[in-house]
Ligand binder design. Sequence first.
Ligand code: TYM
Length: 326
Amino acid sequence: KARIFSGVQPSGTPTIGNYIGAMRGFVQLQDEYDATYCVVNQHAITVPQEPKRLKEMTRELAALYLAIGIDPNKSTIFVQSDVPAHTQSAWLILCHTGLGELERMTQYKDKAQKQEAVNAGLLAYPALMVGDIILHDAAYVPVGDDQRQHIELTRNFVDRFNNRYGDVLVKPEGIYPKAGARVMSLQDPMSKMSKSDANERGFVSMLDTPNQITKKIKSAVTDSIGEINYDKEAQPAIANLIEIYANLSDKSTDDIVQAYAGKGYGPFKTDLAELVVSVLEPIQTRYEKLLSSSELDDILHDGAIKANEQANQVLARMNKAIGIGY
Ligand code: TYM
């Protein structure tokens, strides 16, 4: 089986954007691939975090991984800080990466703009992400559209490293969902849905109550056209809602447009809210149980053992190639 790897930052409760863009795919891909999923807590400290909350959110995200249906008998789940090879590889990668390459990353530029003081880790971030991916010999990486540039950077890094040192690393490819690779804010279809949005009505969190979900979807901005069409240019807000619907129902955007022809936005929003609630409710029930169980700790412990074994092998390959050691 080909190997896949992905991760999510425990920097807030994941939104339906994270679920649709990436996490739902984690579950679907675990049968076909040898999958490893990581809670990337060391990535989260590139911006300020409250220490107590960071620890809680790390465990919460691991519980959510299991609650959405990642099966620890099929996939490896672990927390980044349990596998020191990740940060160790980041140093090796930084020493083989141009400053200009990192400065070009749009995610860096966006996030830097929002910070009062920018730490060097925010710039170095993609090197740690490259490390995450290559240490697990990942051939594929399921992510949302906003990670495209980081995947490209990883591919370029692997080419450069292998050209210089021989065939040491696996070159990965991104996997993106058909609909919903870039879920937009419910309040502004021009900006990405984000778990750190100050306007809470812009996103649906995976732990929102049915009532909150329904309110947020019913108050999502639309347009004055009043007709359901899938047209990202002319009707970006409606196109966004159609993509959310398409992804969660496994229907095509065309089918949805046809089903709501001539019906207006009201009934469409009602059905969409029902769909989102029906997807999230069972996840939330499982999540509550897992969070207070020792099963979760056992799974993370086992995951760390497996992940360390795999990651240390690749780190050793890298060190040997570079000439680190004596
Ligand atoms: P993060 O934590 O910001 O997001 C986790 C995943 O969710 C996707 N995503 C979205 N997809 C669609 N619409 C949206 N509005 C949306 N917002 C977020 C992201 O694309 C991502 O797949 N750098 C990564 C974490 C990471 C990683 C890795 C991923 C660290 N190391 C190695 C893959 C492989 C990040 O910040 O994701």
